[in-house]
Design a protein around this ligand. Structure first.
Ligand code: G6P
Length: 491
């Protein structure tokens, strides 16, 4: 086992997220381990490996229970165990209403300011509350919250901090919200706005990716609950307590991504990808997404189609690879994105494809980390076109993997990562089809000195503000808030 460094001395770190970092699935050969898609778990797993502690999450795989001990725990990462993963079992009804329902059909569209997609139902809210209680119980089974640091992740747990606080007033709770926080004018569309804000304000420290999301949150707390908000310091006084709101832009394990991209495994993976898919065009553009309506995949396809339509010299010369991960497929809006994306790709391929060239290569198979690294490395253009995105770590992964001939990042101005990467990336507005197409063409024709120059800046940014820096920043702030609390208790 690897030794980890506990960040809070004798207070154990308990991280809580809905999605687990490792899923155990049963198959013909027994049980295999998979890593789920999505930025949250891939970013936090290396962090937990270095701090140790317990990660509490929904046990979503059919082999999870079998792999866990009598307390529902298993030690991970599988290759070099250094922390405990405690699985919470959820019933089918809870999964339907808490996960697919309130989390992903109310809070997800709400926070991405897509209020027409919200479908609130009383049973969604009831199960969301119950699931938050269920997770609060699981935390208490593991630790006494008064002697721990409980760190909630994301929008699945807006109520749990309040539940922990009620049973353990001395608990130290913090939360990182991985998706955007919308303006009050949008947030008020949610009928439960007060309860959600009240739950989150039971934290001691609350983090968002960007200052913009922090400002939106402060505004909501003040307008909905009349909380006393200091916009300069990010400190909120509410219900006799103090909550600190701060921005912490999430990063990736850039060193590991770079190592992987330059590895012999990636070379081999690239050879096998080339055998499996028609990737022989002169240029490669790449998009890597969960199939989600926030990612702007349709807008990207429109821009690409315009490129081949209006500038026929690019036909046969550039292939776009869409790596797609199926996501939240029980929800209609997600089924619709899947159908539209695959339908559009088929249509575009039929329209322009030849025997020698497939315009769009769609990959929905699960790829190994080496295969993904190879794709990132070989891509000349990385396309990120979300209509709203808390951060978007794909942009950072693409950048960190550009180890030889530097490519160009084409980046939507509507994602959190744009705050850090906007200056050196090729900025586009995903809804401005003409400008988007121009941006792609500029990226394809950019000379090497300019590409190098931009990529050097991007890589410096991504490497400096990596997952390690993020962790240190969050833990330093948490330590400060915790010490202030201890001092206040003593006085
Ligand atoms: C986003 C969310 C995460 C979530 C991930 C994958 O990154 O912020 O909380 O885990 O998407 O979505 P899923 O619903 O599969 O967990």
């Amino acid at each position: 086992a690897v030794s980890a460094t506990p960040p809070f001395g004798d207070r154990e770190l308990v991280l809580v997220s809905n999605r687990e970092p490792y899923v155990h699935e049963r198959d013909d050969d027994g049980i295999s381990v998979a890593r789920p898609a999505g930025g949250l778990t891939s970013a936090l797993d290396p962090m937990m490996a270095s701090t140790g502690g317990t990660w509490v999450a929904w046990g979503s795989g059919d082999g999870d229970e079998e792999m866990s001990d009598e307390n529902g725990c298993v030690r991970v990462p599988p290759e070099s165990p250094s922390y405990e993963l405690k699985r919470v079992a959820l019933s089918e009804e809870q999964v339907t209403n808490y996960y697919y329902g309130y989390s992903n059909q109310v809070l997800w569209p709400l926070c991405h300011s897509d209020i027409a997609k919200m479908t609130p139902k009383p049973e969604f809210w009831r199960h969301y509350r119950e699931a938050n209680e269920r997770f609060a119980d699981a935390i208490r089974e593991r630790v006494d919250p008064s002697e721990a640091v409980v760190w909630f992740q994301d929008y699945h747990f807006a109520l749990a901090p309040r539940l922990i606080r009620e049973s353990a007033p001395d608990a130290f709770c913090m939360q990182f919200w991985h998706i955007p926080w919308p303006s009050w004018d949008v947030f008020r569309s949610c009928p439960e706005h007060d309860e959600l804000l009240d739950g989150l304000l039971a934290n001691d420290l609350l983090g968002f990716h960007t200052d913009r999301y922090c400002r939106n949150f402060l505004d909501c707390a003040s307008k909905a609950l009349g909380a006393d908000v200091n916009r300069e310091t990010g400190v909120i006084r509410y219900d006799g307590r103090t909550v600190r709101v701060e921005s912490f832009p999430l990063g990736i394990d850039a060193v590991e991504r770079r190592r992987l991209a330059g590895s012999a495994e990636a070379d081999e993976a690239w050879e096998s990808l080339r055998d499996a898919y028609p990737l022989g065009a002169e240029r490669l553009a790449l998009g890597v997404d969960r199939l989600d309506y926030t990612k702007g995949i349709e807008q990207r396809l429109t821009a690409l189609e315009r490129l081949w339509e209006e500038r026929p010299e690019w036909r046969g010369r550039v292939t776009y690879v869409q790596k797609a991960s199926e996501s939240r497929s029980r929800i209609n809006d997600y089924q619709r994105v899947q159908a539209t994306v695959t339908g559009e790709i088929e249509r575009i391929n039929e329209r322009f494809g030849t025997d020698a060239w497939r315009p769009i290569v769609y990959i929905d198979d699960r790829l190994s980390t080496a295969e993904l690294a190879a794709l990132y490395r070989e891509a000349d253009v990385g396309l990120v076109s979300s209509l709203r995105d808390g951060m978007n770590l794909v942009a950072k992964e693409f950048v960190a993997s550009q180890v030889d001939d530097p490519g160009v990042l084409v980046l939507s101005e509507l994602v959190g990562a744009h705050e850090e990467l906007g200056e050196a990336a090729m900025t586009v507005h995903p809804n401005d089809a003409e400008a988007f197409t121009d941006g792609i063409e500029r990226a394809l024709t950019m000379d090497r000195p300019e590409r190098s120059n931009r990529m050097t800046q991007l890589q410096a940014e991504v490497e400096e503000n990596d997952i390690e820096a993020w962790k240190n920043d969050v833990l330093r702030h948490a330590g400060e808030v915790l010490n202030r609390k201890r001092r206040a208790d003593r006085d």
